[in-house]
Design a protein. Structure first.
Length: 148
């Protein structure tokens, strides 16, 4: 059986170009992706920055995803959902803040010293924090001034 080489036609090339464009389109959505927006802000307590901890935006949407960020020494944070600094999905969130110093191990006697709590514990749970945020298209800044 003799095989003959098939030369690509203009139609074949056009299809390849279309497939390539469709395949690469999601990569052109930027660092935050479709339906996401950058979110940052600052957390303070008693007028001072909360210097360490975690902030979590818990999605209210059934198919939503949570976003988290680490508090820096100046109380600032930037959220991520999957990748560093990618932001949060658009939508409504309950906000939780967990801010404790690290546990110190005391070897004599052998027991951990409880960590210093850096903000009121009511902000650690979505049902008691009372903090809410709505992430919209574009850059979002949410500053939280925690109260006793």
């Amino acid at each position: 059986m003799k095989r003959t080489a098939v030369k690509p036609s203009a139609g074949h090339l056009a299809r390849l170009v279309v497939i390539a464009c469709v395949s690469l389109t999601p990569l052109a959505c930027g660092t935050t992706g479709p339906g996401m927006a950058p979110v940052s802000g600052k957390v303070t307590y008693q007028g001072k920055p909360v210097p360490k901890g975690t902030i979590t935006f818990a999605s209210l949407a059934p198919e939503g995803r949570n976003a988290t960020g680490q508090l820096d020494s100046d109380g600032s944070y930037t959220l991520q959902t999957e990748n560093p600094r990618d932001g949060a999905l658009l939508g409504e969130y309950n906000v939780m803040i967990y801010a404790h110093d690290e546990v110190i191990l005391d070897y004599i006697p052998r027991k951990p010293i409880p960590p210093k709590i850096l903000s009121p514990t009511k902000y650690e749970k979505p049902e008691t924090s009372g903090l809410k945020a709505t992430v919209k298209s574009g850059s979002n800044t949410f500053d939280f001034d925690l109260k006793d």
